[in-house]
Structures are given as C-alpha cells and as structure tokens.
Design a protein around this ligand. Structure first.
Ligand code: ZN
Length: 98
C-alpha cells in the first residue's frame, strides 16, 4: 500500500499533489467512498465542483455527494435486478437478439 495518496489519485494511478482537492475528503483507507462518487458523477467533475466551493462547505458537499451517489448506486441495484429477472422470464415480441 502506498501512503500519502488519496482514494481519488490512487484509483486514477496518479501522483497526489500536496494541494489535492480530494485528499481531505476522500481518504485512501475508504476507497469505496470515492468509487461511488466516481461512478455516479465522474471523478473530475467532483474535483471541479469541490474547487468551485468555498473550503468551509467542501466537506459537507463531499459528504452529500457520497451519500447521494451511494443511494443512487443502491437504487440502481434494487430496480435493475428484479427487472432483469423479469425480462429473463418473458420474451418480448420486439426483443432483438444481440
Ligand atoms: Zn489526491
């Protein structure tokens, strides 16, 4: 394990700069936290968004993004999985083979 890199830089396999925008909010010991926001919003968008905010609301914003992204991810899981079971049981007339 490489220390001194945040979860974002670690997942992008880049050097974590000393002023890294992600470092305080996405610690390397919680990679899932960054994985969620990266999946839903895209890592660079989150970075841009945090940079535009005053520093005193960044932590709150990072937490909100994380919870929102986590919720979205779980929501997708919940709704996509039963639907795909349903689709497996029924052949729709207009279904085209891959
Ligand atoms: Zn970093």
């Amino acid at each position: 394990m490489i220390y001194g890199r945040c979860a974002a830089c670690k997942s992008q396999r880049r050097k974590c700069p000393s002023d890294c925008i992600f470092f305080p909010y996405f610690p390397a010991n919680d990679p899932q936290r960054f994985a969620y926001v990266h999946k839903i919003y895209g890592g660079s968008n989150v970075g841009k968004m945090l940079k535009q905010l005053p520093y005193y609301v960044r932590e709150h914003a990072a937490n909100s993004l994380y919870l929102e992204a986590k919720y979205e991810s779980n929501l997708n899981l919940k709704f996509v999985m039963p639907q795909s079971n349903y689709m497996a049981q029924f052949q729709w007339p207009n279904q085209t083979p891959n």
